[in-house]
Structures are given as structure tokens and as C-alpha cells.
Design a protein around this ligand. Structure first.
Ligand SMILES: [Zn+2]
Length: 69
């Protein structure tokens, strides 16, 4: 994904994809981490169309069962 310099400066940067995924997992709406070509770090985007579901979201969808007793 192309990132414009203004966007890059405004966005939070994550040093690793794991860190970005962790932040995405805590957000109340779907977010996807992506590698920024400008700062070489990770940002989150809410444009999730056509993107692979991250593991935590697959587990969240699959695991909508009752908590274990
Ligand atoms: Zn960036």
C-alpha cells in the first residue's frame, strides 16, 4: 500500500507487525497492520477490504462460544 508522507507523519508507528497486531486486537473496530514504505515501520489502517484476516480476528470470530466453566 502506498503511504503519503502526511499520512505517515500523522499515524502511530509500530516497530513490528506483532506490535501493530496487538494494537489492532484492542481496537473496537477492524484494523489491519501494513508495512509503510516511507518509515519502514508499521501503521494501522481501517481499509480492510481485500486484506487477509489477522489471526486474532479469525480466533475472535471462531471463538464466539461461551467462556469455559
Ligand atoms: Zn510510515
Amino acid at each position: 500500500m502506498r503511504t503519503r508522507p502526511g499520512i505517515c507523519r500523522r499515524k502511530v508507528r509500530y516497530a513490528s507487525e506483532d506490535a501493530a497486531l496487538e494494537a489492532a486486537a484492542k481496537a473496537p473496530f477492524p484494523l489491519r497492520p501494513y508495512r509503510c514504505g516511507l518509515c519502514r515501520q508499521y501503521h494501522l489502517t481501517s481499509r480492510t477490504k481485500g486484506m487477509k484476516l489477522p489471526r486474532f480476528e479469525i480466533e475472535r470470530r471462531r471463538g464466539l462460544r461461551e467462556p469455559a466453566p
